[in-house]
Ligand binder design. Structure first.
Ligand code: FAD
Length: 178
């Protein structure tokens, strides 16, 4: 079966590697805004496009001048590197790069601004799965890889009726807390 994989981060590549292992033809698309078209041309689509929606960190001093979230800081820091006149950092709303995907596929976002999905990685759109930061929210590479692998198992099961791929986590699994 043909599977499209949107995003070449750790979640997307982990999903692509696993699906290839069991014989699917996987095409990885990077920075592609034609998600609706991709879905039509493939049997399934795994969205692993990461996120620019940050998590708030409720610690004393967070509101202090000069404290910035990494996701808003990075573009400004890059600009500052190239512009000697740039002596202060502004703030920007979280860029919603998934806008096009959401509109084309009719997907929903949760209250954190990430893709909604069920515990089996399926979004509300038929054949469309979401893995990694795009749906978990900002996290870690090990979680992204585990998500990609588990989403691949879900896709394989849906397309073939069974799977021998490992599913290391469910979509609603959370890190251990003290
Ligand atoms: C500053 C910073 C430092 C970090 N440091 C660490 C660390 O030390 N250790 C750690 O474990 N984690 C770290 N992380 C977190 C880690 O990078 C992420 O959790 C991980 O990369 C998420 O993987 P992902 O595959 O879900 O998304 P991403 O790695 O974000 O990959 C998403 C991919 O999708 C592509 N894409 C976007 N839109 C589209 C589209 N429309 N169509 C197709 N492709 C698209 C993007 O270009 C990108 O290649 C850090 C994150 C940041 C921001």
């Amino acid at each position: 079966m043909a599977v499209a994989d949107g995003g070449s981060g750790p979640a997307g590549l982990a999903a692509a590697q696993q699906l290839t292992r069991v014989g699917h033809t996987v095409v990885v698309y990077e920075r592609d805004d034609l998600a609706g078209e991709l879905r039509r041309r493939h049997d399934a689509l795994v969205l692993a496009t990461g996120t620019t929606a940050w998590r708030e960190l409720p610690v004393p001093g967070r509101e202090s001048r000069g404290m910035h979230q990494a996701m808003e800081y990075l573009p400004y820091a890059n600009r500052a590197c190239h512009d000697p006149e740039a002596d202060r950092l502004g703030t920007a709303p979280a860029a919603d790069k998934e806008d096009g995907l959401i509109g084309q596929l009719g997907l929903g976002l949760d209250e954190r601004g990430v893709l909604r999905r069920d515990s089996g990685f399926a979004t509300g759109a038929p054949g469309v799965y979401a893995a990694g930061d795009a749906a978990r929210g900002q996290s870690l590479i090990v979680w992204a890889i585990a998500e990609g692998r588990a989403a691949a198992a879900a896709v394989d099961r849906c397309l073939t009726g069974a799977t021998r791929l490992p599913a290391p986590i469910t979509a609603d699994a959370r890190p251990m807390r003290a």
